[in-house]
Design a protein. Structure first.
Length: 495
């Protein structure tokens, strides 16, 4: 009995001793987290703030969001609080903008991240980054920019011209969002057609009220609210102050309008995150193709603030993402004062006759140093994201006189898919092996009169264009011009 009592007493002593130690540890940790050094970091270097936002699902296509999340994780891992703090603010702004585009599907994510960000700043005693505060709360600083902005207009929404445009579209576009393509999800923001001509028409007339009505419908659609409209109005008015002409000493005025239209239609009137446009196969490459039909002279000093902005962005991104380490800094010495384009047969003059989206459509046929002889008017996703109606566009391009309309069975491998040709041939009674390539299928069909007859029927009714040989050298010259102007165009997207 005595032994049992002794064991019970010892057990109770161990229990209360352990509990007391545990409670003291909790108090110590709480005191440690609440006590900050003057630099804003905790006294205990062993304790770090733990982020959980990397567990939130976001589509891989939203590059900026994914990059900012990785930057937060890296900043916390390396105790780089400035990087983490700035990346949190950038992430929230990226998601806020994406949430507008995606009709509020990220509301819960946004609330979760804002809550975590508040906890992060409270944990380390950090201020909200000034550049992301509302304008009224920011400290006024002098800009080092050498670019003089244009006067800021005040716009109101005038729907009269927009109503005319929408009536012309009729039921061709999306039922609820008539400026968008009906075959794509609304969240893709895919325009129904090339609106650059209409946008430029308003820019030339300085009819900013009608243009704002278009921008409001194009950016917000039917899901707009008062706050979103007010913010968009401020952003649009600020965008109109951007003085693109100050970058050039000599350039066709139409090129300036096409630059402005590009920013509007690619939803780039807001400065935030537009630096990502310089990435490979991104928006800067599209703008380069649009501008590659122009000769122009620049004012190098006007590019200095754009160079600083681009290089600052690259320095930040190299810290977080291996992808950006291959991108070299921009230097004013690499810019040429004059970029002159001279061709033999005037292909660039022909391409100036069509709108910017239609010009991009042409370059879907002809990428740098690689173009086909035949074309059926197929388009790339990136061109469609700017805005194109393939049927209307091909008609205009075919009227330029740089293609011949043909009915040539040799065009088949270039204007159709293996699946379409295989399926159609099998329905016609031909045996096609699954392992055969497109060229192999075509080659075997060409071996017999019956096969050639089938191919003749196959191309009937198909719109096939053949690029004229006389313009091939001109096209090569334009390709070289694109290479020369590319990094200068990159900097234009920094405006």
């Amino acid at each position: 009995m005595t032994v049992i009592i002794i064991i019970a007493v010892v057990g109770l002593l161990i229990y209360f001793g352990t509990r007391k130690k545990s409670e003291q540890t909790f108090i110590d940790n709480k005191q440690s987290s609440n006590t900050s050094t003057p630099s804003g970091q905790t006294n205990s270097t062993r304790q770090k703030f733990q982020s959980k936002i990397s567990d939130l699902p976001f589509p891989d296509r939203i590059d900026a969001i994914v990059w900012h999340i990785k930057a937060i994780d890296k900043g916390l891992a390396n105790n780089d609080l400035d990087l983490a703090n700035l990346s949190y603010a950038k992430l929230i702004e990226s998601i806020r903008q994406q949430n507008v585009t995606e009709n509020g599907i990220f509301d819960d994510h946004l609330q979760t991240i804002r809550k975590e960000y508040d906890e992060f700043r409270a944990y380390y005693g950090l201020e909200y980054p000034q550049q992301f505060l509302p304008p009224s709360q920011r400290q006024k600083t002098q800009s080092a920019s050498t670019i003089q902005n244009s006067p800021k207009p005040t716009v109101t929404s005038n729907n009269s011209k927009l109503k005319t445009l929408l009536s012309e579209l009729g039921s061709k576009g999306h039922a609820e969002y008539p400026l968008l393509r009906k075959e794509y999800a609304v969240t893709s923001g895919m325009p129904y057609t090339d609106f650059s001509g209409w946008v430029i028409e308003q820019l030339k007339a300085k009819d900013y009220n009608s243009l704002y009505a278009f921008v409001k419908e194009y950016y917000l659609g039917k899901d707009s609210d008062t706050y979103s409209e007010q913010e968009l109005k401020k952003t649009f008015e600020k965008f109109l102050t951007k003085n693109f002409k100050a970058l050039f000493s000599n350039i066709d005025e139409q090129a300036i309008f096409e630059i402005q239209a590009f920013f509007i239609l690619k939803r780039g009137i807001d400065d935030f995150n537009r630096e990502f446009w310089i990435a490979e196969d991104k928006e800067a490459e599209l703008l380069c193709k649009i501008l590659s039909v122009y000769s122009f002279e620049i004012v190098p000093n006007s590019f200095e603030p754009l160079i600083k902005k681009a290089n600052k962005f690259l320095r930040e991104m190299r810290k977080d993402v291996e992808f950006w380490k291959d991108y070299k800094n921009y230097k004013i010495e690499e810019l040429q004062n004059e970029y002159k384009l001279e061709t033999t047969n005037g292909l660039e003059k022909k391409l100036k006759q069509i709108n910017a989206g239609e010009r991009l459509h042409f370059f879907d046929f002809a990428t740098v140093y690689s173009y086909r002889k035949f074309w059926n008017g197929d388009s790339s996703y990136k061109t469609r994201s700017f805005g194109i109606n393939e049927l209307d566009s091909v008609k205009k391009i075919s009227e330029l006189g740089i293609f011949d309309s043909v009915n040539d069975i040799n065009a088949i491998p270039e204007i159709t898919s293996k699946g379409e040709l295989k399926e159609t041939a099998e329905k016609a009674g031909f045996e096609i092996k699954k392992s055969w390539t497109m060229d192999k299928i075509f080659e075997n069909l060409m071996k017999s009169e019956q096969g050639q007859g089938f191919l003749q029927e196959f191309v009937k009714g198909k719109s096939i264009l053949a690029f004229k040989d006389e313009y091939r050298n001109d096209l090569t010259i334009i390709f070289k011009h694109q290479e020369k102007i590319k990094r200068t165009v990159d900097l234009i997207t920094m405006m």
